[in-house]
Design a protein around this ligand. Structure first.
Ligand code: COS
Length: 385
């Protein structure tokens, strides 16, 4: 059963995140989007507030919060700016939570306190030019050398790739083993042979960098192996269970932001002698957005409750991610409709909401992949492989 009433602590966490979003993120979101650059001071603030390690144990510099609280934070950051939300999702879910789950004590002590504090950023290197949905088909190679590994390959669409100090790299150790040959490595971006190039010209998420990574014989020691050799696919999928959840929570923020902007604009703007809010067709647009927002939030909270119970949440996460991401596109698009011509320029956040929402049904598993995961769970038949 989901309890829809936040606890007092969760309420306080939401209020603090809301104040931070409205006071610090919202006023800078348009400029960061136009400049194609995040304000580093804001990233430092995310770290200081504990938002980059919300679900990581306090032993390693995190806040040790439950997943509902994490969702409340991510929703607020996502309402303000999806590029900032991407920093939270990648750092917390894909990198920190994964290092905490699969890392050795030494790896956790080495990396987590600085990552949680925002003193270092991390990125998640799974996708390649020829490997997207078919995540097991990684062609980056890790070859055994004396005392460690030599890694060679290319990674594509890597959020935070040019800023990260640490790259979580998935590589094949033995092509004959397929997914059972995959391994995950903690690769310092400063290593010889590691290069990151920014990908320009994106529709949305303009303020956060998206990179192509090239690893040319990057040598790492045995200590860099995260989990066991052959465990890489499990590490990646487990990371994505958390990453997809975080994306979904961020999309609830886009939905809520679309509602808030539309209600305010519809009350203010007058046509035919009355506010837009007085027209039934405008109310219909707003009502549909509200239903999408509430449903997306409930699905995120449901996934959170499964995670907090310590159970695997792949199915619940896919349901939440599929619905929330698609809902965010619908809501942002409807919000532009409410705003008319004003919604087509960046005086209001809604055109950015739509541009930023669009990637969410692509990355961390397309909507089609989420449907195949849900369909397989329902029917017991694998329609993917
Ligand atoms: N946690 C732990 N283990 C997991 C897991 C998870 N969330 N998901 C899968 N596994 C394990 C399974 O238990 C299974 O282990 P065994 O072989 O020991 O039984 C193994 O991993 C394979 O699982 P599964 O059969 O579900 O894998 P598939 O090859 O069917 O996965 C899909 C196919 C399409 C679901 C997967 O490749 C996928 O999610 N693709 C999308 C990738 C993606 O999101 N890319 C974006 C990257 S970030 S932008």
């Amino acid at each position: 059963m989901i309890d829809f009433e936040p606890t007092d602590e969760q309420r306080l966490i939401r209020e603090t995140a809301r104040e931070f979003c409205d006071g610090e993120i919202v006023p800078r979101a348009r400029d960061m989007d136009r400049a194609g650059e995040l304000d580093p001071a804001l990233i430092a603030q995310l770290g200081a507030l504990g938002y980059l390690g919300a679900i990581v144990s306090e032993d390693y510099g995190g806040r040790g919060l439950d997943h509902r609280s994490y969702a409340l934070i991510v929703e607020e950051v996502g309402r303000g700016c999806s590029s900032m939300r991407t920093v939270v999702s990648v750092q917390t879910s894909l990198v920190c939570a994964t290092v905490e789950r699969f890392g050795t004590e030494a790896q956790k002590r080495d990396w987590l306190p600085r990552l949680c504090a925002g003193e270092a950023l991390g990125c998640f290197g799974l996708t390649e030019p020829d490997t997207g949905s078919d995540a097991a088909n990684v062609s980056t190679r890790a070859e055994r050398i004396e005392g460690g590994w030599s890694i060679t390959g290319q990674k594509q669409w890597i959020s935070l790739g040019t800023r990260a100090e640490l790259a979580l790299i998935f590589a094949q150790t033995d092509p004959e083993l397929g997914r059972r040959g995959l391994a995950a490595f903690l690769v310092p971006a400063a290593a010889d042979g590691f290069a990151a190039t920014d990908i320009r010209g994106k529709l949305g998420l303009r303020a956060v960098d998206t990179a192509e990574l090239v690893l040319d014989g990057v040598e790492v020691s045995d200590d860099a192996l995260l989990g066991e050799v052959g465990e890489g696919f499990k590490v990646a999928m487990s990371a994505l269970d958390s990453g997809r959840f975080s994306v979904a929570a961020g999309c609830v923020g886009i939905c809520q932001g679309s509602v808030d902007a539309s209600v305010a604009y519809a009350a203010d703007r007058r046509q035919f002698g009355r506010p837009l809010a007085g027209f039934q067709l405008v109310q219909e647009l707003i009502a549909d957005m509200i239903v999408d927002t509430e449903a997306a939030r409930a699905l995120v909270w449901r996934a959170a409750s499964v995670k907090d119970a310590g159970r695997r949440s792949t199915l619940e996460t896919s349901v939440a991610k599929l619905f929330a991401t698609e809902a965010s596109i619908r809501s942002a698009n409807a919000a532009i409709q409410v705003h008319g011509g004003s919604g087509y320029v960046d005086d209001f956040p809604v055109e950015r909401y739509l541009r930023d929402a669009r990637v969410t049904t692509l990355y961390e598993g397309t909507s089609q992949i989420q449907k195949l995961i849900i369909g397989r769970a329902a029917t017991g038949i694998d329609a993917m492989t």
